[in-house]
Write a protein that binds this ligand. Structure first.
Ligand SMILES: Cc1cc2nc3c(=O)[nH]c(=O)nc-3n(C[C@H](O)[C@H](O)[C@H](O)COP(=O)(O)O)c2cc1C
Length: 305
């Protein structure tokens, strides 16, 4: 009998697939749709301190090997977002993971505190946005000190809500940042966010995205994320959500064998439709059946030698 369920950081999931933040996570209906399509858990779009309009279109572009996006963290701000989060938690039958970002450590703690008041099972700190407290406006998750401060502050007020930390593949040493997050009390890591990039239209001689630069996602970044998971698994004890370019059950198994305890799916919805969650879980089951694996736990870290 194949068992796809996993206990991720103390949270029971019917299967290891989790909707990644920023894709579909903007309304109760869209998250419900993901639940009905088989997701084991869902993550909301990242919510910030104040309302943000985001960047002008084009904000997402499919360039052949993946997507590039610079949506610009558009969101309604935490005071409105908190009501929506509450409704999502009340309506869904699978775990809802809140997600937040901010420009300073104090603001990330303030936003997190408001979201935590709704008792989400977990809050994912999207530390991949620029921290304006450092002089260069660099992302929190490029820096072990900023990560430590952000995680410690949120942990102090998190209560029963688990704190997940979303890492960036742009960090020169993602393992050091993951270790800093763990030492500061993080309950899990998400590896990883998009990888910074740029696409130029040679006919117009201009960058395609209005923001010029964007985050790469989809198939192109899968090896980068797999490597991050592989190295983090060796270095930390907390569980990891492997995220980046998962389109198939085989992609998911690759992450699990690298050491992921669960897998995040975002751009895959563009490639395979909303029922990607069911497709991926069916494909995982099929692989397990053929190869005599009975549980996800059994395959976790198998390739990590
Ligand atoms: C259009 C788009 C919007 C995104 N918005 C967010 C966001 O609000 N917060 C966040 O933490 N990650 C965001 N991400 C990153 C994804 O959650 C994910 O980490 C990344 O895309 C890699 O996974 P994938 O290849 O399965 O998409 C976004 C990605 C895309 C493509």
């Amino acid at each position: 009998m194949i068992d796809l369920s996993v206990n991720f950081a103390g949270i029971q999931l019917r299967n290891p697939t989790i909707l990644a933040s920023g894709i579909m996570g903007v309304s109760v209906a869209s998250l419900k749709y993901c639940e009905e399509s088989g997701a084991g858990a869902v993550t909301c779009k990242s919510i910030g301190h104040a309302e943000r309009m985001g960047h002008h279109n084009p904000t997402v572009y499919s360039w052949g090997q993946g997507l590039t996006n610079a949506v610009g963290l558009s969101n309604q701000g935490v005071d409105e977002g908190v009501g929506l989060l509450k409704e999502m938690i009340e309506t869904l039958n699978v775990p809802v993971i809140a997600s937040c970002f901010a420009d300073t450590v104090d603001n990330i703690a303030k936003v997190a505190e408001k979201l935590i008041a709704s008792n989400p099972v977990a809050i994912e700190l999207n530390l991949s946005c620029p921290n304006t407290e450092n002089d260069f406006g660099l992302m929190f998750a490029l820096d072990t000190d900023a990560t430590t401060r952000a995680v410690s502050q949120v942990k102090k007020i998190a209560g029963k809500t688990k704190v997940f930390v979303k890492l960036t593949p742009d960090a020169s040493n993602i393992v050091d940042v993951g270790k800093a997050a763990e030492a500061a009390g993080a309950d899990a890591l998400t590896a990883a966010n998009t990888l910074s990039g740029m696409i130029i239209d040679i006919h117009t001689k201009r960058p395609i995205l209005t923001n010029k630069f964007g985050g790469l996602s989809g198939p192109a970044i899968k090896p980068v994320s797999v490597r991050a998971v592989y190295n983090l698994y060796k270095a930390v004890k907390i569980p990891i959500i492997g995220t980046g370019g998962i389109n198939t059950g085989e992609d998911a198994i690759e992450f699990i064998m690298a050491g992921a305890a669960a897998v995040g799916i975002g751009s895959g919805i563009y490639y395979r439709g909303i029922d990607i969650f069911k497709k991926v879980t069916d494909e995982i089951s099929e692989f397990m059946e053929k190869n005599n694996y009975r549980s996800i736990e059994e395959m976790k870290g198998m390739a990590n030698i």
